[in-house]
Design a binder for this molecule. Structure first.
Ligand SMILES: [Zn+2]
Ligand SMILES: [Zn+2]
Length: 118
């Protein structure tokens, strides 16, 4: 049970509900049913630590980066955000309602087109 000290808010009456998880990528609350767990380093590369984020944000990560790229470089929030395409996605998704879900089309790039002849 790690104590999370980062989310310090102004002292206000605490409602009798668990605080909603905050997506570290877009920094919005994550509604029920939209939580995904992402491995900082893909499991296939020995990663164990995960973070919780929006399904749509999670899909975007895997749409933009291969597991190799995630393992070798994009295993921190800072680095993911620094990528121009991710920055654009985040700027866009922040204007969507928190429960927004959409298919991320670019997933094709990393999922299927891998059978090119070298
Ligand atoms: Zn998010
Ligand atoms: Zn993931």
């Amino acid at each position: 049970m790690g104590r999370i000290k980062r989310l310090q808010r102004a002292a206000a009456p605490v409602p009798p509900m668990p605080a909603p998880a905050i997506c570290p990528l877009c920094e919005r609350e994550i509604p029920d049913g939209q939580c995904d767990a992402h491995h900082f380093v893909p499991r296939s590369h020995g990663g164990r630590d995960t973070w919780v984020l929006h399904r749509v944000c999670h899909r975007q990560i895997h749409a933009l980066f291969t597991e190799q790229e995630l393992a070798s470089h994009y295993h921190t929030v800072e680095r993911l955000r620094a990528h121009p395409a991710m920055a654009r996605f985040l700027a866009w998704v922040r204007r969507r309602p928190p429960g927004f879900i959409e298919r991320v089309r670019r997933s094709e790039r990393t999922r299927t087109r891998r059978t090119d002849h070298d």
